[in-house]
Structures are given as C-alpha cells and as structure tokens.
Design a protein around this ligand. Structure first.
Ligand code: SF4
Length: 319
C-alpha cells in the first residue's frame, strides 16, 4: 500500500502549487500548531481544482487559523468533563465514545479536536485499553460503543479487528459505531481485510464524515459501494462550514450525493467554537435558515438532523 505518500509539509504543498496566497513563512506557525496531512489522492483532486476552492478550504492551512476569538475553546464540546477513564467519553447513559487513537488521514482545518489530533497520534496503550474495557464491562447500561478519535480506520485491520473483538466480547454491547473520514478521503484503506473486519455478528454502523459533494471521487464511491455491498450500514455526518458548504445548492448536492451512494444523511453539525476557526463559522440564525431551506427543497430521505453541541459537555441537541 502507498501509505506514506501523504503530504505533510508546506514545501510539498508549495511544490504542488497548493498554497492559496499565504507564503510558507506566514503559514509555518499555523502548521507548527495544527497538524497538516493531505493524502496523495486528495492532493491530486485539489491540484486539478486549484487551492482556493470550497473543497480545498477544508484542508489547506490558512493564516487566519492563528486568530483566536474570545469565545473559542480548547475543548469546544467539553469532552473532558465526561471522561471516566483515559480514552472514554461517557455523556449519555446508553452509549460511550471511545478514542483509540488521535491520528487522522487528513487534518481538517476546522476540527473541534484540533488541539488533540496529530501525526503519530498516540494509540491507547494496552493498559489503557484494558481500563476502557473494564469500564464498559462495569457499566451495563452501555449498549452502544462509538469509536472515534482521530480516525479508527487508520488502524490496521488486524489491530482494529482486535479492538472490535474485545468490545464484542462484552455481553451488553449490542451496537458498534465507527466515525471515519477514510472511505471518502483515503479510500485505499478500505481493503478486503478491512471489509472482513467490519462485517461481524455485532452490527458495525459506519458514520462517514464528508462536507462537500466533490469529496466523492470515483475511488471514494467505489470504497463506499464495497462497504454497502458487504452489508455495513452507512450514515453521514457533515459540519456546516462558511466558504465550503454553507449554501443551499452545495448542501442539497451533498445530501443527495450521500443518498446516491446509499448513505443515510444523519447529522449536520453547527460548527464548534474550536480555536482558530472563526472564518468557517456562521451564526445559528444562518444555519437554521439553511436547514429550513433544505427541508423545503429536497426529499425527506436526504434530510440530516441539524444539531448543536453544547460547549460545556451538555451534548448535542437538534436545533
Ligand atoms: S478527520 Fe475528524 S478528527 Fe481528524 S482532523 Fe478531520 S474532523 Fe478532526
């Protein structure tokens, strides 16, 4: 597999013509603070389009990321207040979020976990994983385990399979859910071995994160089709982002693209107050107007639930 062709430096971006106006010297402090990674297949798409497009704005560093507004937070959804053991967020009674690693195929410039994710992204040590399992075993109300991170599909199939086997061994865990950007942005990782690991007795629901219809390249669509054909149920999540998808045409096209690819639209997130992301944010009133317009203009099958995450760990609620 061509694993290390990911672009991780400004010099590489400059060589590819993917700097959008800001110079390497201006952007150096941005990528020192917030990790940079762009898989080669995605870089090819960005090169074909040019650096200043709605798709590219999600991934290319921008000097505005150094601007922090007073309302922005290190932990915009307050995970820390609900972390009984390392790697676990337990906010709702019947489900827990587990973060087995902090690495991603791409580092999104708007990410609400941008202070935590990065290359090398710390995989939970075996002692910590044992503590995660002990916690879930001792909490019988938990029937759903959500693996997020970081991106769990960055793990090798063997390693991910081991984690899923462990979780499947807990009698009251009835549903496994994985949140990932891999199928659309790094589809080479959806190998036959990965498919075999995801298809198991305890259902694995895969929530695919995509924010723009052009993320669905032919390779991405093929990876998604291989998942659906294997019987793995797919849902979507999208972050509403100014300059990327915060207009009715783009949002409608994205939701239809999900449905065309047999992915049920699930969540449309209002952007979180992560540090250095104010250029992506829109007001709640603007978001509501868009969600209402979406409801009036496309089929019920294409509708996501528009949600807001409380900054103090209150969880998400429909807007
Ligand atoms: S893949 Fe997800 S966790 Fe990783 S940087 Fe993007 S939004 Fe954040």
């Amino acid at each position: 597999m061509s694993r290390d062709t990911t672009i991780r430096t400004l010099d590489a971006l400059e060589t590819l013509g993917l700097l959008s106006g800001d110079k390497v010297s201006v952007l150096a402090p941005v990528v020192d603070r917030y990790a940079l990674a762009i898989p080669s297949a995605l870089a090819k798409v960005l090169r074909a389009q040019g650096p200043d497009t709605p798709l590219a704005r999600q991934f290319l560093p921008d000097a505005r990321e150094l601007v922090t507004t007073p309302d922005e937070l290190d932990e915009p959804i307050g995970d820390g207040a609900h972390a009984p053991v390392k790697g676990v967020v337990h906010r709702y009674p019947d489900r827990v979020l587990v973060k087995p690693l902090h690495a991603c195929p791409v580092y999104c410039r708007f990410c609400f976990r941008r202070e935590q994710v990065g290359p090398g992204g710390e995989v939970l040590a075996s002692d910590d994983w044992a503590a995660v399992l002990d916690y879930i075993r001792a909490t019988p109300a938990v029937r759903e385990v959500i693996l997020s991170g970081g991106d769990p599909l960055m793990l090798s199939p063997r390693r991910l399979g081991g984690l899923l086997d462990d979780l499947e061994g807990i009698r009251h865990v009835r549903t496994l859910r994985i949140h990932s950007r891999v199928p659309v942005l790094d589809p080479e990782r959806i190998t036959p071995d990965m498919l075999a690991v995801l298809r198991r007795k305890t259902p694995v629901w895969l929530v695919i994160h995509a924010n723009h219809p052009e993320e669905f390249t032919p390779a991405a669509e093929a990876a998604v089709a291989s998942l659906v054909d294997r019987g793995i149920p797919l849902l979507s999540q999208t972050v509403l982002l100014r300059g990327v998808n915060a207009d009715l045409d783009t949002l409608s096209a994205l939701m239809r693209r999900f449905v065309d690819n047999r992915i049920k639209p699930y969540y449309l997130h209002h952007p979180d107050r992560a540090k250095g992301t104010s250029h992506f944010r829109l007001s709640l009133a603007e978001g509501k107007a868009l969600a209402n317009a979406l409801r009036r203009s496309i089929s019920g099958l294409c509708q996501p639930t528009y949600v807001l995450d409380g900054p103090e760990g209150q969880g998400k609620w429909p807007v």
